[in-house]
Design a protein around this ligand. Sequence first.
Ligand code: ACM
Ligand code: ZN
Length: 568
Amino acid sequence: MKTRNLIFLTAVILSTACGVNDSDPGDFNVIPYPESVEFYGGRFNAAGKEFHLDSSLDREIADAAGKFAEHLTLVTGKTSSVSFDEGKRGFIFCKDSLAQAESYTIQIKRNSVLVSAGDYNGFIWAMQTLGQMFPPEWYSDEKADVAFTLPCGCIKDKPRFGYRGVLIDSGRHFFSVEEIKRCLDIMSIYKENRFHWHLTEDQGWRLEIKKYPRLTEIGSRRAQTQIEFKADSLDGIPHGGYYTQDQIRDVVDYAAKRGITVIPEIDLPGHMQSALASYPSLGCTGGPYQVAQTWGVKKDVLCVGKEETFTFIEDVLTEVLDLFPSEYINIGGDEVPKDRWENCPACQKRIRELGLKDKDGHSAEQYLQNYVTARVQKWLNDRGRKMIGWEEILEGELAEGATVMTWRGTGENVDSRIWNYDVVMSPRGYMYIDRYQSHEQDREPFSIGAYLPVENVYGYEPYDDVPEYGKSRILGVQANLWTEFIGTDEYLEYMLLPRLAALSEVQWCQSSKKEWSRFRKSLDHSVEIYKKLGLTWCEYAWGIVGMGENRQKARTAQELQQYLDERE
Ligand code: ACM
Ligand code: ZN
């Protein structure tokens, strides 16, 4: 580049504060990569620096900054304290009232780090960025013998999507509060801001409901679990567990402090066998039912011919609203076989009373599901909440104002009426992180099948195949971790990582900022974070296949081809 051009370019970059990344100090490994990053040369040493907070900052932001300073004190061994005062040196936190939601700016000079944002999440994400810019020892709980310095420069950042979700299925397998918190920690590091908590399933009801104690007394335990594809592969080992309301409040609060909203899912009217086992009169046949021990879609669903069922749903949701401040409540709605409704006098009576008929390729029973969805949606809307549900709620008729979560396909093969609604994209081909992460499936822990390596998650572009008018309806992207065969914390983390890292760039970065080689290099730094946090991750991208004691060197390309040929 000619010198004159360079001077001109530099002037443009400086005038917009942050420009292109033209002098990367080589250790910038922040995931998701910020919108703009510029380095000036030189470094700021964070050890022992004071924090000066703008007096207009909310208490919550000051508390979060206080925690950051406390942690800095711990890892550096030098005291950093926080005060509401003006300062020119050290960390300076300022409110930027004009900033977009969740955006932030960090300006690092040799003697100061100016952090500005307009809302709580903006400050949280700025601090997560700073954390990833420090050496990985930042993530340990003890004084570390390394320099906590930051390269001078400027970072401007904002998310591509407002909804950046991760689903964990606590229904099929129960995970402790401690483990859920570990997952929230890593989600927050990657700026993922919606925890979709799948709390009810055929195989287990995990949420204490005071008015219906049998849901957890009976519904949270199953006698045994299917452990392979065949339904008779039962392990003979009871499995159970549930979250008390105090634990739920604790998790919701823990998540909120980390910038994450917890969206509960009460999956209805299907996936309810554990509720039916607890209260058999909620089913069409009256049972008896058992908490499911096998996987797959179950025919026993809520009987929606009976008013008692709606009383149950509303009572449960009343307690749910009390526990979860989230704007969105997920009501599931997926995989609802109509077999029982077709043969149930009460459901058929309701169909007649509502005048529902087979129409436009949908059965009267499908319209009966629409009736349930609309009734629950109105109930939620009347209480100031929004309803979100799986793609199937779109079949037949869906009331305005619903939000739909895709799972069966990408933009190309979803029902085009979906673009009349707000949408969260979660296509299974890219976002079902219960799939294998390598081609060497006999050496990975047993999973539901298929193949979704970290690079395929990374490669997802949510606007692909979406009509122009539909793009503005996409609120964001979510990955789902279903847990049929995932019964341990270690395996749960192995499935999440490093795919949550890849997910975060799909959710946060403009597509022009995504770059596999840069991301892949930064994953090495993420792995150092996982080590410090004591997390398990899939190492296939580093040439290791398997988990825990079964870790092995991956096959060479030649061996792999031979193995794949033989497997055909
Ligand atoms: C789903 O996978 N049934 C949402
Ligand atoms: Zn019925």
